[in-house]
Design a protein around this ligand. Structure first.
Ligand code: ADP
Ligand code: MG
Length: 209
């Protein structure tokens, strides 16, 4: 099995489905420590991405990520649109000339994804953001690449690491984004953005193999 542009398009479509299925949960999480729009933001954005990818099917992996990035930036208000948009934009740059994804390529793509989110949002680990799900996921894939694990093994380790990262956001006090306005009162709640990051990565584990 090879992982190329078709599988990447399937990944984005599966992410859209999972986000839509979990919309109410994302809304509920954001209502506890934000403004209750994360479910709506993500559903609207990914629906538009899927439409765009259907209307003009990408020919390369880089193009698929670029369309995803541009659509999220233009359709999603709030913090998450520009953050996920920049993430996919950096992935598009890292995918330049890439026609197949294996463990080493996926490690490079995820490095770029994290770089995108961090360069845009300036969050560090334990600020209670998407970074808390993405950063351990990147580490897991880099370790898998170093041990020459196959993509499926790398993806399983990635998804597990992201899930642990999401759970680890619960006791944290938010230091970035709207949730930081709550100060200590943000502790005891799971971060919505980390949760959507895990959904997207878990969809990757199920489709990029
Ligand atoms: P908004 O906060 O503008 O309403 P969303 O509700 O769509 O936007 O997204 C909120 C999520 O965005 C948070 O749960 C958090 O994970 C993420 N987030 C906010 N600010 C940052 C940041 N500076 N860096 C990384 N992630 C962030
Ligand atoms: Mg919000």
């Amino acid at each position: 099995m090879t992982v190329g542009v078709e599988e990447v398009v399937t990944w984005i479509g599966t992410s859209a489905d999972r986000i839509t299925e979990r919309r109410d949960e994302l809304t509920k999480l954001d209502s506890a420590i934000g403004d209750a729009d994360h479910g709506a933001n993500m559903t609207r954005g990914f629906k538009a991405v899927v439409e765009k990818l259907n209307d003009s099917p990408p020919e390369t992996i880089a193009e698929a990520f670029k369309t995803t990035a541009m659509t999220l930036i233009s359709k999603v208000g709030g913090a998450s649109g520009p953050l996920y948009g920049t993430m996919f934009l950096k992935m598009s740059q890292a995918a330049d000339g890439m026609d197949q994804i294996g463990t080493a390529e996926w490690a490079d793509l995820l490095d770029a994804a994290l770089d995108g989110i961090v360069s845009r949002g300036k969050a560090v680990l334990e600020d209670k953001t998407m970074v808390d799900a993405l950063s351990p996921a990147v580490d897991a894939v880099r370790n898998a690449a170093d041990s020459r694990d196959d993509l499926e093994t790398a993806m399983r380790a990635m998804s597990e690491a992201a899930a642990q990262g999401v759970a680890a956001t619960i006791p944290l006090v938010a230091r970035k984004g709207r949730a930081s306005y709550l100060g200590e009162r943000s502790a005891g709640h799971q971060d919505p953005g980390a949760t959507s990051t895990h959904l997207i990565l878990d969809a990757a584990a199920d489709t990029l193999k």
